[in-house]
Design a protein around this ligand. Sequence first.
Ligand code: ADP
Length: 433
Amino acid sequence: TYTCDTQKEVVLDIVRQFTLSTEKLHEIKANFQEGMRKGLAKDGETLAMITSFGSFLALDVGGTNLRVVNVLLGGSGQISTRQAKYKIDEALKVGPAKALFVDEHQIRVHGGSAIQMGFTFSFPVLQTSINRGTLITWTKGFNASGMVGKDPVIMLQDAFNRRHVPVQVAALVNDTVGTLLAYAYNNPETAIGVIFGTGTNGAYIEQVDRIPKWRGPSQEREMIINMEFGAFDKERAVLPLTMFDNKLDRKSVNPSKQLFEKMIAGMYLGEITRNVLLHLIDRRLVFNGNISSDLNQMWTFETAYMSAIEADSTPTLHHTKKILEATLNFPPTSLNDRQIVKLVVELVGRRAARLGGVALAAILDHTGDYTQKTAIGIDGSLYEFYPSFDTDLLDCIEEMLGAEARQNVSIGLAQDGSGVGAALCALLASRNG
Ligand code: ADP
């Protein structure tokens, strides 16, 4: 179906560059696991492997009942929740500031006029307590000045205070940790929370004795680690970056950073696809060499278009035609043009899902969790909407870890996981709080 030998040659070269062999995936996985171990041993490594604080306590204030959920990081690498239900005292409902004591778990929860709020902040934060931390670096296209090294909770709290909004930021939660907790609420065997949205990152439950850098209290046996795995392979040791990835990286607000994220996440996939299409256009191998002024602009090829193109199974690629001609203002396209666009989209999308799968396989292999029933909660529009992203993830896990893993591992959408996780942590207090 190629229109000329050069077209075939150039397209096959692109196919080659974007296709990851099983062998390559194993190499990436080994490197990733090495990165995990380094990050657990020492601060300042490529994978930050940020420790989260304590066990989590959530209060669910319903109309009549007050539910206290103590999210325990249980003995066998799993989360369990202990719940206690109390009828809400009428006086409390209408009364002013009251301290509320929950004796059963020896946890004191501070009531009061201020609403206790969990704050999901989806950037790498070095956490120093349940509601304190400092921003290590911006990611995902953010670059607001004067924030790195500052505490996002203090910034938010100051803003509330200035406006006399009676909210107390009680917990700072990374979105991956929120996703893990939210999913665990309904699936107790959850061990991993992952984001495939604007960016990508994961959190998992680690044994404290496997965290050499941990200097905090040792009564906790397990701890949630926010991996910040989007930063993987800063050293460029193993990821097969193409010229299209390098171009994206060079023009991003954070060059040389978050290279793994830039190959996987929703913010970037459309732009990689755009770079490949420009390459083909510049060689006059598609669209008759016609360019659309829309496609000439960075970030105009949205990742959502990729989902629509992947799903386009019409014989004429009718939906693809609409995106190219109606949305991106290309002159009339040929079926061959559209087939090549679809092929490029599939290459970029499949590579992303397979790299995401490698990260999951690496975590499962590190913890050994895939030898028993285990669940992975995932949040983010890329996972939710990109066709076959979920099966690609599972296929990759099986390719890496075998049939046993496929049987034991389940993945699912933690709908609004990060938000629900924060809500779950609203009115949250640490055990030491
Ligand atoms: P966030 O990660 O910022 O919380 P989302 O989970 O909604 O928010 O992810 C937004 C990202 O998902 C954007 O980068 C966008 O390109 C991508 N996205 C949105 N819709 C789709 C879709 N239908 N298919 C694939 N990617 C999508």
